[in-house]
Design a protein around this ligand. Sequence first.
Ligand SMILES: C[S@@+](CC[C@H](N)C(=O)[O-])C[C@H]1O[C@@H](n2cnc3c(N)ncnc32)[C@H](O)[C@@H]1O
Length: 278
Amino acid sequence: MANIIYIEYAFTVFPVQPTSDILIAELGEIGFESFVENENGVLAYIQKTDWQESIVDGIAILENENFKIEYKVKEIEQENWNATWEENFKPIQVGDACVVRAPFHDAPKVDYDIVIEPKMSFGTGHHETTFMMLKHILENDFTGKSVLDMGSGTGVLAILAAMKGAAPVEAIDIDNWCYLNAKENVERNGFPNIKVLEGDASLLRGKKFDVIIANINRNILVADIPIYAKCLNAGASLFLSGFYLEDLDMITSKCGEYSLKFEKNLEKNNWVAAKYVF
Ligand SMILES: C[S@@+](CC[C@H](N)C(=O)[O-])C[C@H]1O[C@@H](n2cnc3c(N)ncnc32)[C@H](O)[C@@H]1O
């Protein structure tokens, strides 16, 4: 098989956050397929066949004077790209009980050892919101509960829920690449029964769950909270993340309109993961 050629953009950004997150979101929209965050900013990768020299022209954040961004571009072969991943993708420890790691890391002695193929943009536990959602799942009882992971990315949250005894578990993502990646990851972690679907909240009609987990973003959550509420059994929990602390009151009030009561929230670097009960 011919080696795939990638183009690497090494972005140095200031301030590192939220610049890196915004940049990753914008690059993801124009075809960049993987990202490595470091202390200077972001390494972003796109296949050469999907690339053209002007590809980042017109990206909004590059034109915004509030953010300082510089970058260097170089071409690399897939073999080196994998090496870059191995160097940069460190296992993530969540509390004492859970590690999210790549297949090339040694297996740790923990109750919940989650293996994710490190070629994705979101859902390795490195991002604050994933980390906090994993923490919520660790802190709550999932035994025998039916669970929906909405905006599942790599499927990492659905996998931890299943490891904690949840069943049946469903994972939905709107993005084809995430759908395929989550399907691989649920198999890899020994949970082929997790049902992975490609789509959005329109797939939820008539379904009921004991727990819904949704780490997406403020606007999609606000639009979809009414649909999630229709899908919750009495006494169910809803975990929401993907928004900043300043949006918590607005999200809580939207949930309140649908009889969802705020129970607690976790916070990290201004990101929030909140729990509501029905
Ligand atoms: C912030 S990532 C979270 C991934 C993973 N659940 C985690 O916690 O790391 C959000 C995911 O939601 C997906 N997404 C965006 N809009 C969506 C929608 N309307 N319905 C379902 N998934 C959506 C994106 O493709 C992305 O994979």
